[in-house]
Design a protein around this ligand. Structure first.
Ligand code: NDP
Length: 398
């Protein structure tokens, strides 16, 4: 079979010769008891850089020894890109949300052999799920592989924004010592109201991780958490996103992008937020309206916006979120720490092993199967597509 894999660029200075840490901590299980990805084999050392082109997700040996063709490329956008040349006869496509190959209806139409799209990570909104459903292409992702990595990033972003870390760090780098400048927007998190839109794997973990900071915790979700969890974390449940945003000083967004959540944080919803609140969005860029976020930061309706996610990706060099005031953006890195890469590389291999053997893929990994939403997809997504506007990714210049 032909496996097409789209990965992000190698480091500018080439692949690292050494890793900063010798070993990664060994994790046995996820907090809900789900087992870690468990492929039969592994051809990399956990902690190695795997998500870039030369890292190849550690899959080449396994695929080639089993007689498969393995194409890895970072050329994924614009007319004539490498990925488009290979999609026409690929059987399987692998892509990471950090550097997504947008599997649009047009691409699915020309991909005559395509059987499965694997998300090396979590969040399959870069695939036109409606077109995948109609064309009987299975979509799978490595559920839980980087959920806790993202929750750590959320805590980092909340603390660094509220305390205004970026500004203070910049002052030091520039040789300065103006303490008043450094603290004029700096607060304690203690006592604040922190709320998550969606309390799934990431949202709930972010709430758990914030609890020791002695804050008031809130959540909104389509399904309510068990009573004992609400009690342990002293959570306030909100029936609507509006009710949550009215009271919270910090809102963290942790729902998938699908037609129900696209553009959820538009001008209207942001105007209902507590004046001067902060948003942390590590879910997907398209959940927030690009212009509305910038306007709210300019007017002071928002005091800060830290996001790890953009639309499209890579974000064009002149994307207005790169230069808006009081932002703490990162280039979609929260779920691709070296620790997370080892888990999703293992997960992708587990999925491929199951697929080649004809054994079932874990239900938790399924988004679309046999022409319908399945597994996690049936629980967390709605039908449709959120890929429109993806062409702008070709405007990014290295
Ligand atoms: P989960 O599936 O565990 O959680 C998603 C939660 O979102 C579920 O509780 C679901 O509710 C809820 N939800 C879905 N639609 C809505 C809606 N319309 N309104 C409110 N809640 C909704 O996934 P994770 O927590 O692991 O990941 C969440 C998202 O985070 C991913 O889909 C992805 O987009 C993003 N992500 C980002 C990463 C990064 O690197 N920045 C890495 C990993 C994920 P219910 O199930 O109760 O219906």
């Amino acid at each position: 079979m032909k496996v097409l894999c789209i990965l992000y660029d190698d480091p500018k200075e080439g692949m690292p010769k050494n890793s900063p840490l010798k070993n990664l901590p060994k994790l046995d299980k996820y907090p809900d008891g789900m087992t870690m990805p468990s492929p039969k084999g592994r051809d990399f050392i956990p902690g190695q850089l795997l998500g870039c082109v030369s890292g190849e997700l550690g899959l080449r040996k396994f695929l080639e020894e089993n007689g498969h063709e393995f194409i890895v490329t970072n050329s994924k956008d614009g007319e004539g890109c490498e990925a488009d040349k290979h999609i026409v006869d690929a059987d399987i496509v692998i892509s990471q949300p950090f550097f997504p190959y947008y599997l649009t209806r047009q691409r699915i139409k020309i991909a005559k052999n395509l059987k499965m799209a694997i998300t090396a990570g979590i969040g399959s909104d870069h695939v036109d799920l409606q077109a995948a459903i109609e064309n009987n292409i299975d979509v799978v992702e490595v559920t839980f592989c980087n959920s806790r990595s993202v929750a750590e990033h959320i805590v980092m972003m909340i603390l660094s924004m509220i305390r205004d870390y970026h500004n203070q760090h910049r002052i030091v780098n520039e040789g300065g010592w103006n303490i008043a400048d450094a603290v004029k927007r700096s607060y304690d998190v203690e006592g604040m109201h922190i709320g998550t839109v969606a309390a799934g794997r990431i949202g709930l973990d972010a709430l758990r991780k914030m609890k020791p900071f002695d804050v008031h915790l809130h959540y909104f979700d389509r399904h309510r958490l068990p009573k004992n969890v609400e009690k342990d974390l002293n959570l306030t449940f909100h029936e609507s996103v509006e009710s949550l945003v009215e009271i919270c000083d910090v809102v963290t967004i942790n729902c998938p992008l699908h037609p129900e959540t696209e553009n959820l944080f538009d001008e209207k919803l942001i105007s209902k937020m507590k004046k001067g609140a902060y948003i942390v969005n590590t879910a997907r860029g398209k959940i927030c309206n690009r212009e509305a976020v910038v306007e709210a930061l300019k007017s002071g309706q928002l005091s800060g916006y830290a996001g790890d996610v953009w639309f499209p990706q890579p974000a064009p060099n002149d994307h207005i979120w790169r230069t808006m005031p009081n932002h703490g953006m990162t280039p979609h890195t929260s779920g691709t720490s070296l620790s997370a890469q080892a888990r999703y590389a293992d997960g992708v291999r587990e999925i491929l092993e199951c697929f080649f053997e004809g054994s079932p893929i874990r239900n938790e990994y399924l988004i679309v199967q046999n022409g319908k939403l399945a597994g996690m997809g049936a629980h967390s997504y709605s039908k449709g597509s959120s890929t429109s506007g993806f062409e702008e990714a070709a405007n990014y210049k290295k």
